[in-house]
Design a protein around this ligand. Sequence first.
Ligand code: FAD
Length: 425
Amino acid sequence: MKKTTAKQHDVVILGAGPAGLSAALHLSKKGIRPLVIEKNPIGKTKKTWLLFKHIIDEYGLKDSVRRAIPKIKFSSYLGSEYSIKNDFLFPVYEEMALEKLCSDARQAGAVIHENEIFCNFSEESDFMTINTSTGSYRTKLAIDAMGNNSMIRDVMNHKNTVLNMGCLAYFLDGTGSADEDEILLYDSFFPGKDYFWVVPLEDGKLMVGLFFFNSIHNGNIREKSEKLRLYIQAKNIKGHVYERRLGNIPLGPQKYLDFSRFILFGDSGNTPLPSSGFSFSQCMDEGKTLCEFADLYLKGESKIDDYKNSILGKKLPGIEVHLLISDMLANFTDEMLNTAIASMNKLDKDFIVSFLSGRDQSINFSIQALKSILSTFSIPELISLTLKQNHFKNIANAYNLLPAIRKAKIGKQFNALVKSMMKKK
Ligand SMILES: Cc1cc2nc3c(=O)[nH]c(=O)nc-3n(C[C@H](O)[C@H](O)[C@H](O)COP(=O)(O)OP(=O)(O)OC[C@H]3O[C@@H](n4cnc5c(N)ncnc54)[C@H](O)[C@@H]3O)c2cc1C
């Protein structure tokens, strides 16, 4: 197709998944009209099934909810179980949710191009030129929301080689299970580090899947599919598989936010996620911070580096605890997981919901989380976990955010944490 001269836009967003649409919606509501480039029709990159109630309410996504499921259960084949009343997590039709966000963003002024592919970019002193399959755009600010496989991250050499959560799921129909009233969220069913989930959907449909703290790739799909098949058989789940979904959720450290001209946002930014990997919700929340920054940046009152500080300043060090716990979970033995599930019964429901959603990333919350881990496991057990990530280094990388930590007045909580560690000795 013939290319035209570059058009000018204040902000160009690459990708219209949850991150790109969150950015588009928040920016356009603020009066900044972004251009969004998406290679597929909106909603076709299907990955997300479970959404938190606060996001459904805030963004008017009620029509996307498939059904309410009154109970959530965690369980281990070694015997522990933990059940919680579910009024906070809902399976949704992702396509509908994304279409609604897209139409709201358009209504607020965002320009969204579907079926247009980002190809490359060039930089001048004050502008970037974004080249796509059908045009060129000059912009002051570019946002990479192209997900976990973003080529921008590759160009910047920010590949996530540290920690991925691999997921594989089947959708089944004809299961006759629409009346089931329980989501199995974390079912450790066989020895090993594959965890399963089962979500009963509407009209006899059901989603069943497995996740593990490693990447899913060509070399292990067959093995993981076989594991899932055995699980389905063992659980006596009948029905016909009509769709398969798979992918990786990045759980990498914040150094991947080390961008230059591009803001890496959502999975492409590898923004550390809560240990559960519920990241649609995270994208929606973080879009607000991005929008506050973009507004100041376009007025010349902020630099790109300030975004990194504002996003990390809001999360530190809660962010580190989520990463640390993801890393620990990846290394738990079956016995440790069994103990962890049993100990959930001692915790407050609000704490668990907050931890699952990753919503509270404050220092107070993170210390509470660390304390409950320390009181559950012995020091030798904790030492036995060979952690993949260098958490001390990650915290040290964030050293320029120390003033934000000081403001959080952590003295009391920190003392309590040290005391609980001393007791262990
Ligand atoms: C199997 C699986 C299950 C998951 N389940 C859940 C869940 O239940 N709940 C939850 O909250 N999260 C879940 N997640 C995580 C969640 O889906 C992601 O974290 C979230 O989608 C990240 O949003 P994003 O916009 O950053 O990236 P993506 O959703 O990956 O969107 C990136 C977008 O960029 C577009 N794009 C890519 N390259 C180009 C290009 N060159 N030009 C133009 N456009 C491009 C893509 O088409 C896509 O639309 C799951 C993830 C996986 C892999």
